[in-house]
Design a protein around this ligand. Structure first.
Ligand code: ADP
Length: 471
């Protein structure tokens, strides 16, 4: 769990605040309930005390004390109702004292006589109220009380409910908060996925814009505007390198032709002829560079896959190897092709041939005389695989991550002045990417280099084709 994430912090805050509010409301309800329970019990006790005082006033003079006490006992049965009744004569002696209540909440004999206040008093588990009855000008004191245990039980029950309820509320709040946060962040996830899918080859794509008129919508709009500006800058750079290389081609061709005609001049001495030949070589290299740059610009502007067709990659590899075999033979290098089965791909045949040519060209260029080059084509893991393995010096480990960059040439290659422009593998990578594939370079344990091209296999021509074949 990522505790620093916005989602976690939102849920934690939401749960914390909800818990505080619920606990606060629970306490408020607890004290409110306690107050109103006491109020209701005091009210009942005061009414009861007034009723007892009224019975005293009505009967004690005429029917006598014993009769009145019996009447009160039978009318209220204080012991069974967990009540307390005490009547004191005007001289202070006790006329009647109720017995022990069934819930044993208090001891009636231990209830003190004073203080002589009319208001409700709490004595342990007993709530006591006091009133008086005037009989023939003499004052009888009536104390009425009730057990507080039932109220305490209600309050305890409420606390237990709160204790069980709060964790459940917390659980619901956390789960609900997590769902809400997930839903709220879903558009952000969609933006992230869309942003991840945007590369230099599909800069025309835009992020989804949620129609919410809030920060999220503004974010997508602002990011889209930024991608638009990036696209413009990228296209500008692409146009520049395409225009520059295109413009260079003509003067370079003219220079080459002029230099070639100069080499045929018979009046030139040998050193001058050699210098012209060297300049001609460099001019040809510059021409190749301009061609390569133009090719990369075109590939990156989406012209890599023009004529899409479905074909067997292993056949294309074999045919291309045959065309290049002459070049290899000059160095005494043997090219061997290996393909156990047809490997169907769909793509631009001409461009993919360029990939094979560039890889073979490098393999021949960097292999020692008399070496072997292996071209292995097969289908593996749902992909078409082409591996070009040579017996050359391999690529220096520190150069491996850079060989697909434009104009990159390993130092060992530069010092041995091997012919090249540093654009061949860059073109290979652009073509592979445009076909939804990849290319990687690795050194062989026993020496030599292996370039692996992975391309998506063509979808089956029609469903059940393989099935029909097997039958
Ligand atoms: P270059 O025109 O220099 O061959 P590439 O883009 O084709 O340019 O290759 C880039 C660099 O990768 C080369 O300069 C070389 O250092 C290295 N390289 C490519 N293929 C091989 C290979 N088969 N063996 C050794 N090094 C290689």
């Amino acid at each position: 769990m990522n505790t620093r994430s916005v989602g976690f912090r939102l849920v934690a805050w939401h749960a914390g605040v909800s818990l505080l509010v619920c606990a606060g409301f629970g306490l408020y309800t607890y004290f409110g309930l306690s107050y109103f329970l006491r109020l209701a019990r005091t009210d009942t006790l005061q009414r009861r005390a007034r009723e007892v005082a009224a019975i005293l006033a009505a009967h004690v003079e005429r029917e006598g004390e014993a009769y009145t006490v019996d009447l009160i006992k039978t009318s209220y049965a204080p012991e069974n109702n967990d009540r307390f009744i005490r009547i004191r004569r005007p001289d202070g002696s006790v006329l009647y004292l109720s017995g022990e209540p069934t819930d044993r909440a208090f001891d009636p004999a231990a209830v003190p006589m004073g203080p002589d206040t009319p208001g409700p008093v709490t004595l342990g588990n007993l709530l006591l109220v006091r009133t008086s009855a005037m009989v023939d000008g003499r004052r009888y004191i009536v104390d009425c009380g009730g057990s507080k245990l039932p109220d305490a039980q209600v309050l305890r029950g409420f606390l237990v409910m709160l204790g069980f309820g709060l964790p459940v509320i917390l659980l619901v709040v956390v789960a609900g908060g997590a769902v809400l946060v997930r839903q709220a962040l879903a558009p952000v996830r969609r933006i992230i996925d869309a942003a991840k899918a945007i590369t230099s080859s599909n800069l025309g794509q835009r992020l989804p814009v949620a129609d919410t008129d809030d920060e999220l919508e503004h974010l997508s709009v602002v990011l889209n505007q930024m991608i638009g500006r990036l696209e413009e800058a990228f296209r500008h750079a692409q146009r520049f390198s395409a225009d520059a290389s295109h413009e260079l081609r003509t003067p370079l061709t003219i220079m080459r032709v002029e230099l070639e005609s100069l080499t045929h001049e018979t009046a030139l001495d040998t050193p001058t002829r050699e210098k012209i030949a060297s300049i001609l070589e460099e001019t040809e290299r510059m021409g190749k560079m301009a061609e390569g740059l133009l090719a990369i610009s075109r590939l990156e502007s989406g012209e890599a896959v023009i004529n899409v067709s479905r074909f067997d990659l292993s056949k294309l590899v074999a045919a291309t190897a045959e065309q290049i075999a002459l070049l290899a033979e000059e160095k005494g290098i043997a090219i061997r092709c290996q393909a156990a089965e047809p490997v169907e791909v769909s793509g631009d045949r001409f461009r993919l041939q360029q990939v094979i040519v560039n890889l073979l060209d490098n393999a021949i260029k960097y292999s020692p005389a008399g070496g072997n080059i292996m071209l292995d084509t097969r289908a593996a893991g749902g992909e078409a695989l082409l591996q070009v393995t040579d017996q050359g010096p391999g690529i220096p480990p520190d150069a491996l991550p850079h060989v697909f960059e434009r104009f990159f040439r390993a130092d060992s290659v530069r010092t041995h002045s091997v012919n090249g422009t540093g654009l061949g593998l860059s073109i290979v990578r652009s073509i592979c990417l445009a076909h939804g594939g990849t290319v990687e370079a690795a050194n062989q344990p026993g020496g030599g280099c292996r370039i692996t091209v992975r391309l998506p296999l063509a979808a089956p021509a029609f469903p059940g084709a393989g099935l029909a074949k097997r039958r």
